[in-house]
Each structure stands twice: as C-alpha cells, then as structure tokens.
Design a protein around this ligand. Structure first.
Ligand SMILES: Cc1cc2nc3c(=O)[nH]c(=O)nc-3n(C[C@H](O)[C@H](O)[C@H](O)COP(=O)(O)O)c2cc1C
Length: 309
C-alpha cells in the first residue's frame, strides 16, 4: 500500500517533503527532470542571478573523507574512506536568466505536480540591483516556478551587498524580502547563512519583511586542510585559497542547532531544513524540530545520483 507523504508547505502542495537543494544536482534541465523521475517532491534550482559569474579555474567542490586505516582526514588521499563533508567555492549558476526561463517552463509542463522553487540572487546596493530582484522574481514566476527562494546566504561573495553579506544584515534581510514580496504572486522563502551573529534576529527580519519561510542552512564558512606532507592546502589555485563552504554529514548537528533556535523562537512560522540530510533518519531530526520540508545537497553530489536513499 502506497503511503501518503504529501504535505502543504507555505501553501504549496508537495507529493512528499523531500527536496533537492540549490546546487549542481539542480543546475540543469536534465538533472531536474532526472530528480523528478527518481521521486523527489521538489527542487530548488541552482541560484539564478543577473551579474557576471566567473568561477575559479579547477575543481569547485571536493569531498573530505575520513580514512580509518591511517586515521587521516583528507580530500586527496584516495577514493576510499568515509564521507565527512563537502567543501566548495562554487559561485551561483553561470547560465543567464534567459537560459533558465524556457527550461523552467518545460520542466513544469513535464512534471506539473512536482514543486520547482527558483533560487534567485541580486545585490542590494543600488536601485539597479533591486530591479534585478524584481526582474528575477517576476520572470521566474511567469515561467511557472511555484515559489522563490532568496539566496541571502552564499558564503563566497566578494561584494559587500550580496549573498551572506545580506543575510548577516537584519535591515537588508527585511528590505530585500519586502522588495520581492511587492512583486511576488508565489510564496517567498529566504535562505539564511549560519555565519550571521544571531540567526533568530535574522529570521525575524525575514518574517517582518513578509517572507513566507526560512530555509537553513547554507554551507558553513571553512578552510580546506593543509597536507602535512607538502604544507600546501589540499585545494588551491596557484598556491592561493579562500574560505569556502562546508556541507554534508559534518554539519548536521551544527545546522540543527541553528534550526532549533529559530523554530523555538517562531513556532508558528514555516522552515525548510537543510544541512547534513542523507536519509530518512537524518531528515527526521528536522521534522521533529518543526520543519515542513527538508533539502539535500551533498549526498547526490557525492554519488552523482539524485535518487533518494
Ligand atoms: C557545490 C555546491 C554548490 C552550491 N551552490 C548553491 C547555490 O547556488 N545556491 C544556494 O543557495 N546554495 C548552494 N549550495 C548550498 C547547498 O544548497 C546546501 O545549503 C548546503 O550544501 C548544505 O546542505 P548539505 O549538507 O546537504 O550539503 C551549494 C552547495 C554545494 C556543495
């Protein structure tokens, strides 16, 4: 007998509450179609923006593995070992809005009962940037997106008016959400950073701006390890490195602590849990805290498959 896993979250009906988070598994039409064929209830697209995106040369994501025989934690010591975390310094989608819109339309036509949330990002430092938020929101909803997730949490931005730099600033959180809400006809979620000073205050700012839900966490700011044999960082470009984002099993307890703070402070509000989910048992922690949906990123990146486990 099929079990009914359907939920209604921020007014959107989900066949099941399991979603792929904004990341490589949702960066293309074929990946998203494959995810829906595999049974995911929803996806959040890779973040779409309107500013130029130039990624680092070389790998953007690496997996930190624990090697039981040597007792070492390393990205580079072979493919055996147990997954500890993902580390990435990947920027948002390098595909323009015009590339995304017909794809959103086609995906929704193919899977009308599955949920597609468009993740969007712009700056906050000028009227032009605020117009970018409006354009991204209106175009994605017209193409058929069921909701919007505002990326206020990308940890890799070199601009003070974007990504997690918005998420760390309560006034900007409220303001940007309000700007999008003025044009949105679909629910608006805001994805927060775990690197702010007080996530309860930041979530409060999102709700004051009219946000329908908070998604948390994005990755945690972190450095790659130094290889003791070479004294080089395990990932670098011409000897240089920067802080990147940690995801996967290692962040589950950390993300849960952030979520628990918010669901305690706002028991009647909607939350989407992200961070360290790899199966039902790990997802259960977020549901018991009061989350209506969960999102998953590192496991499908690690296996290269988006089938739920
Ligand atoms: C390679 C990579 C790219 C990502 N890109 C985005 C992105 O474009 N937008 C976004 O909101 N989050 C992005 N994330 C963060 C994930 O959506 C998620 O919040 C984070 O990885 C924690 O979930 P996990 O523990 O399941 O990995 C990215 C994560 C990874 C590993």
């Amino acid at each position: 007998m099929a079990v009914d896993l359907s939920v209604t979250f921020t007014g959107i009906r989900f066949e099941n509450p399991f979603m792929l988070a904004s990341a490589p598994p949702t960066e293309s039409e074929s990946n998203i179609l494959h995810a829906f064929e595999a049974g995911w209830g929803g996806v959040v697209t890779k973040t779409i923006g309107m500013h130029p995106v130039v990624n680092v040369a070389g790998p953007r994501t690496k997996f930190l593995r624990y090697h039981p025989e040597s007792g070492r934690l390393s990205m580079n010591k072979g493919r055996d070992g147990v997954l500890h975390s993902s580390w990435n310094w990947e920027l948002i989608s390098d595909k323009p809005l015009d590339w995304w819109l017909p794809r959103i339309e086609r995906i929704k036509q193919a899977f009308p009962s599955r949920v597609l949330i468009a993740s969007i990002m712009a700056g906050s430092g000028s009227d032009k940037e605020l117009d970018h938020w409006r354009t991204l929101a209106t175009c994605c909803q017209e193409a058929g997106a069921d909701g919007l997730e505002l990326n206020l949490s990308c940890p890799h931005m070199d601009r003070p008016d974007m990504g997690s730099n918005i998420g760390k600033d309560r006034e900007l959180c409220s303001f940007v959400v309000q700007v999008v809400k003025e044009v949105a006809r679909v629910p608006v979620w805001a994805k927060l950073t775990p690197a702010g000073s007080d996530i309860v205050a930041e979530a409060g700012a999102v709700f004051r701006g009219g946000g329908d839900a908070v998604s948390s966490s994005n990755t945690f700011p972190s450095l790659p390890l130094v290889d003791p044999d070479t004294l080089m960082f395990e990932i670098e470009v011409d000897g240089y490195v920067s802080s990147g984002g940690l995801g996967g099993p290692a962040i589950l307890p950390l993300s849960l602590a952030k979520m628990a703070e918010m669901t305690r402070a706002f028991p009647d509000k909607a939350f989407s849990g992200i961070g360290g989910v790899s199966d039902f048992n790990t997802a259960l922690n977020y549901f018991l805290l009061g989350c209506g949906t969960v999102q998953v990123c590192t496991p499908p990146c690690w296996t290269g498959r988006s089938a739920p486990t």
